[in-house]
Structure formats: C-alpha cells, structure tokens
Ligand binder design. Structure first.
Ligand SMILES: Nc1ncnc2c1ncn2[C@@H]1O[C@H](COP(=O)(O)OP(=O)(O)OP(=O)(O)O)[C@@H](O)[C@H]1O
Ligand SMILES: [Mg+2]
Length: 253
C-alpha cells in the first residue's frame, strides 16, 4: 500500500486520530531510525488521545453547560469566608462515587453558581455524564409540557451521574407541577445513589413556602441531606464589585 491507500484504509476503519498524525510519525520514524513497534505505539496513542478528547467534548455539549469554569478562576481573597476547603474537596468528585449531594446556599453574587459549574465541568472531564439545569427555567418548561415530553425530561434529569440544579427558587415560587418534578427527581436519584448539586440564595427553612407545601419540602430535604455536604456562601456580591468598577472607570467615549 502507498500512503494514499493506507490513509483510505484508516478512514474506512474510522481511525481519524491516526490519519491526522500519520505523515508526522512516518517522518519521525525515518529521522530517528525508530523501531517499528515504537512508531506503531505512538500512532495508537494518537488515536486514543483523539478519541478521548472527542468524547470529552461530546460530554460537555450534552451537559447543558454554557461555560467552562474552574475553581482557579475564583478570587478566594474577595470573600475570605467562603468554604474553600469544602469546595476543593467536592472538586475531587469523590462525592459522585459515593452518591452524595451538595447544597450550596447563600448570598447573591458570591460564586455559588460558579462553583457548581466548575464541579460540573470537572465531572465532564473525568468521564461522568452531567446534566446542568437552570432550575426555575427548566421546571417551568416541565410544568408547561405534555405527558410524553414530561416523561422524557424526567428521564433526562434522573439518568446522568451528576445533576446540577442551579439557582433554585430564584423566581421565589415554582410553577404548578414543578414542585412535583423536584420531588420526583430527588426521590428517584436518592434511590439510585446519584448525586445532585443544588445552588440557591434561599435558606432551606423557607423551602416549604416556595414549594407551597411544607410536607413536600421536608420529604425532599430529608433525602437530599441524608448524604450531603452543606456549603454556606457568606460575603459580598462580586457582581456589584464588577459594576462599581465599571462606574469608577467610565468608558472614555
Ligand atoms: N470570588 C470571586 N472571584 C471571581 N469571580 C467571582 C467571584 N465570585 C463570583 N464571581 C463571578 O461573579 C459572577 C456571579 O457569581 P455567581 O453567579 O456564581 O453568583 P451566585 O452566588 O450564584 O449568585 P445568585 O445567588 O444571584 O445566583 C460570576 O460571573 C462569577 O464568575
Ligand atoms: Mg447563582
């Protein structure tokens, strides 16, 4: 086989990682008088690397995340009281293998969503299936959906290894039907030992009010908190800091 025929064969075998590096590896082998097995191993590694990065990309796209945030992007001096050690502990993702949950509650603009998104992104990189939801928006969508669409959404929210419910109760009260889906998600995931991370700027004592049902709130919280890291975010809003910096340095135009 000549080079073109080899490339065609690789394409037929769907070995796109090898196709991409083949000519480089051939040149390298020639220049270094490399043993065949070494060149072959390098080509195999190229194929594996390409597959794993494509898988990671696909997993990220499926997660619903809109940005790739990390814990390193946070200025930990801005709000020194943030539970930094607990955030990094969660970032090890041990809680996912244990089927444990995390509840991140506290003041607006303190980085709760940022931390939740960083955990979600790290989980996609580590090979977990992740579903990130802006909770109120998606629950409103559920409330308006028909029966079969509801079943599909619930399945999508129960199946992944990690579910993030971001900014729960931002709209103060869930729409009719949305409280039931929150209950269904938490109950089903609890039985399957699958992790949930929730962020909210509403204290858990008020959840009964937002769900318009104190008993339902208790049954949800009971399961969530059974294996759960509770994080409280106290401090100043980073959004306000950014806004005041903009006011302090107005646009010259
Ligand atoms: N300590 C920090 N260092 C750098 N950026 C930060 C910090 N805290 C928050 N931010 C940034 O400020 C913005 C608001 O943060 P975030 O959305 O995480 O707040 P939140 O606690 O979820 O607020 P809310 O309760 O209103 O949902 C984001 O762009 C986030 O990246
Ligand atoms: Mg938030």
């Amino acid at each position: 086989m000549n080079m073109a025929e080899i490339e065609r064969a690789l394409r037929q075998l769907r070995l796109s990682g090898m196709i991409q590096t083949l000519s480089t590896r051939v040149m390298q082998a020639h220049a270094a008088q490399e043993p065949f097995l070494e060149t072959f191993a390098a080509l195999l590694q190229d194929e594996l690397d390409r597959r794993s990065s494509r898988l990671i990309e696909r997993r990220y796209k499926r997660s619903g995340l809109d940005e790739r945030l990390t814990l390193a992007d946070l200025d930990w001096r801005f709000n020194p009281k943030l539970p930094r050690t607990a955030c990094f502990e969660l970032h090890t993702l041990k809680f996912i293998t244990e089927g444990a949950n995390a509840l991140i509650v506290g003041k607006p603009g303190t980085g709760k969503s940022h931390v939740a998104k960083a955990l979600a992104y790290q989980a996609t990189l580590s090979g977990y299936d992740v579903c990130y939801l802006e909770a109120d928006e998606q629950f409103a969508r559920y409330a308006l959906a028909g029966t079969s669409e509801r079943a599909r959404l619930l399945k999508d929210w129960v199946q992944p290894d990690l579910l993030i419910l971001d900014d729960l109760f931002l709209a103060r009260r869930l729409m009719e039907g949305a409280a039931e889906v929150l209950q269904a998600i938490v109950h089903q995931r609890y039985k399957l030992h699958r992790s949930v991370v929730i962020t909210s700027n509403r204290v858990v004592q008020d959840w009964g009010k937002y769900l318009a049902d104190a008993t339902m709130a208790t049954t949800i919280l009971d399961r969530l908190m059974h294996r759960c890291t509770m994080l409280e975010f106290e401090g100043k809003s980073y959004r306000l800091k950014e806004a005041s910096a903009r006011i302090a340095t107005p646009d010259p135009s």
